[in-house]
Design a protein around this ligand. Structure first.
Ligand code: CDP
Ligand code: CDP
Length: 231
């Protein structure tokens, strides 16, 4: 039997940072689903398409091959676009491109295929509600908008992404949260069996400890000891 951990929540709540560390520690596969939606968005932008138009989104799916490696790098048609998809032009359009049913169906199928044969930790917006409905543990992470905007500001600066003002970043994540939560197809929402974790005042280490503790509690001591011994 394989284990799965689903982490959902709004932008910059700390999902992917924690998920990557937990994946390393427990030797789980990490899947960054946001990066996949970002890659589809990038292809649409490069082709000069309108991200709000579902027909135009559908038209590129055949020629849109997305792959993630175990280090969390994302490839679009074999091109490494890991850094490129974090740029502001993609961030500002991704919530439109990802809202189309055809795009979601394609990527959800790919994500479910990746999770089929090994222990996995996946983060996104619809993991607990759609992609991994039977996940061993579902976490819904939240944090104040201020904390999230400050984190993303520092992150972008550190990564050398053209830095928008804190105010602009705040507006972008609030707008994205709104669109993600109100769309028709798989909106961002807490699964009924997810545990809410507020990371506003947590360090990354604290956040990781909380999630690992929840997972350990969920599977029980015997299974936990077996898992740890197998590492
Ligand atoms: O890192 P950040 O939270 O800013 O974004 P992300 O996780 O890379 O996701 C980018 C966007 O992709 C989100 O704002 C959602 O619009 C979309 N997304 C989604 O709809 N479903 C997912 N499972 C993951 C991301
Ligand atoms: O994946 P998501 O968009 O939810 O957030 P993230 O990319 O994991 O985190 C956004 C930024 O916040 C990163 O630079 C993290 O290092 C930072 N962070 C933090 O300062 N404290 C936390 N408890 C979690 C993340």
């Amino acid at each position: 039997m394989s284990y799965s951990i689903a982490i959902d929540g709004p932008a910059a709540s700390g999902k992917s940072t924690a998920a990557k560390i937990i994946a390393k520690r427990l030797k789980f596969l990490y899947v960054d689903t946001g990066a996949m939606y970002r890659a589809v968005t990038l292809l649409m932008l490069e082709k000069g398409l309108d991200t709000k138009d579902s027909k135009q989104a559908e038209s590129i799916l055949e020629e849109c091959h997305i792959r993630e490696d175990r280090e969390g790098r994302i490839y679009l048609n074999d091109r490494d676009v890991t850094s490129r998809v974090r740029e502001n032009d993609v961030s500002s359009q991704v919530s439109y491109a990802c809202a189309h049913k055809c795009v979601r169906e394609r990527l959800v199928a790919l994500q479910q295929e990746m999770a089929k044969s090994e222990n996995v930790i996946m983060d996104g917006r619809d993991i607990g509600t759609v992609v991994l409905k039977d996940a061993t543990l579902k976490v819904f992470q939240i944090a104040s908008v201020q904390a999230r905007a400050e984190r993303r500001y520092l992150e972008n600066k550190a990564k050398g992404i053209a830095v928008e003002s804190l105010e602009q970043i705040k507006e972008d994540i609030e707008r994205r949260d709104y669109i993600d939560s109100h769309r028709e197809n798989s909106p961002l929402m807490k699964a009924s069996d997810a545990i809410e974790v507020d990371t506003s005042d947590m360090t990354i280490e604290e956040e990781v400890d909380v999630i690992i503790h929840l997972f350990r509690e969920r599977i029980g001591e015997t299974s936990w000891n077996n898992l740890v011994q197998s590492l």
